[in-house]
Design a protein around this ligand. Structure first.
Ligand code: SF4
Length: 380
């Protein structure tokens, strides 16, 4: 079987080419043809020796993902559904803005974390993506968009690992993909513009700090363990105290001096004044020292199986104002691509569930009465 060269970061490609008897600068040339110029056909790589091109033709390929569908929203958002075999499909979303182009990338077919408010989580988990499958999402999107826009300039300036899956549970495939994205001979994305989002896999936050420090986002969604246990089941394994300590340690290595905390606004569940107050306390005093934080409030995209509702806009604004008044930079995420189901938590893809998560979730109910705040008089 021919090896897919999208499976390698540059060091990996250098190692692979060494096995073919080629020098490292040849591997770098090859890497640039693939990632900077989007060329998959070895015969077009004109500055490579003919002998290398023949070798590559025999034993290697640049294998793109198969596009199942593509939808372009009225606001310019593009959503691709890619086939990754065995009945699984994953999604990637390009979000154009005035000053940047962001690609949201998937890391797994499905997700085993099973967050209550997430339609991907409700689909269950099938398998980890390979490095090639992660990187091919960027390769495809970048070069396809360049062709359409008739430009040789870079279109995608930011990548967020926020699509389907928990990237930290696919760590070994994730790291080479991140390195290829950062590589100046690849996509040259800045560490500050490459974000890994995690629901809180604490040991992997520490490893990422050592192996490939990029911007970190944490899917928080609740300010107390009792509430978070019911929304993000992984919290039972890595409770808030451990998570906040890991965030604090990460900041020593991070390219930014803050962690972004994602907070999906759920009507009557986590969107009240006492939740905002508890959130402020957590950021100031969590794990004994607090964490420099920014907040990103996400309007929930309802789907029937969740049993949850989107917080009214006025409630979201009030929550944001409370955090801002306490000195925290807080943004409310614009919903993009609503008309093509490309907004956060709508990346459902198509997953052959091997974990039965969907059925288990359907049997669970959220225990919002678990919210423990002695000063709280609010009734849910
Ligand atoms: S929010 Fe993220 S971690 Fe949670 S189930 Fe969805 S994809 Fe998985």
């Amino acid at each position: 079987m021919r090896v897919n060269l999208l499976d390698f970061d540059r060091d990996g490609l250098i190692g692979h080419c060494a096995g073919l008897g080629e020098k490292s600068f040849r591997a770098t040339q090859l890497f640039r043809w693939i990632h900077q110029r989007g060329v998959a056909d070895f015969t077009q790589m004109t500055d490579l020796a003919q002998s290398l091109r023949l070798k590559l033709h025999d034993c290697a390929q640049v294998q793109d993902l198969r596009v199942v569908s593509e939808h372009v929203s009225a606001d310019g958002t593009v959503k691709w559904l890619f086939d990754v075999g065995d009945g699984n499909a994953i999604e990637s979303v390009f979000i154009p803005e005035d000053d940047r182009g962001t690609l949201c990338v998937s890391s797994q077919a499905g997700c085993a974390v099973a967050c209550r408010f997430c339609s991907t989580g409700h689909q269950g988990f099938s398998r980890n993506l390979t490095t090639a499958e992660i990187l091919a999402q960027l390769w495809h999107a970048e070069h396809e968009l360049r062709r359409r826009l008739a430009t040789t300039e870079r279109v995608i300036s930011n990548v967020v690992m926020m699509g389907m899956g928990e990237p930290m549970q696919n760590y070994n495939a994730l790291i080479p993909a991140l390195r290829a994205m950062l590589d100046d001979h690849g996509y040259g994305i800045s560490r500050r513009r490459l974000t890994v989002s995690t629901s809180g896999v604490v040991p992997m936050i520490d490893r990422l700090a050592q192996d490939c420090p990029v911007a970190l986002a944490v899917s928080l969604h609740a300010p107390t363990d009792a509430l978070r246990d019911s929304l993000v089941p992984l919290n039972k394994k890595y409770p808030l105290d451990e998570l906040m300590s890991a965030c604090h340690r990460y900041l020593v290595h991070a390219p930014r001096d803050f962690i972004t905390f994602e907070y999906c606004m759920l009507d009557g569940v986590n969107d009240q004044d006492e939740h905002a107050q508890a959130l402020v306390q957590l950021m100031r005093h969590g794990a004994g020292r607090g964490v420099h934080a920014k907040f990103n409030l996400i309007p929930f995209n309802p789907f029937p199986a969740s049993g949850l509702k989107r917080s009214p806009q006025a409630v979201v604004q009030r929550f944001a104002q409370h955090l801002q008044d306490q000195g925290f930079v807080t943004t409310v995420r614009k919903t993009r691509g609503d008309d093509i189901d490309a907004a956060c938590g709508q990346l459902a893809g198509d997953v052959k569930d091997r974990t039965d998560v969907g059925r288990r979730l359907a049997r669970t109910t959220i225990s919002i009465s678990n919210f423990q705040n002695p000063s709280s008089k609010h009734e849910h």
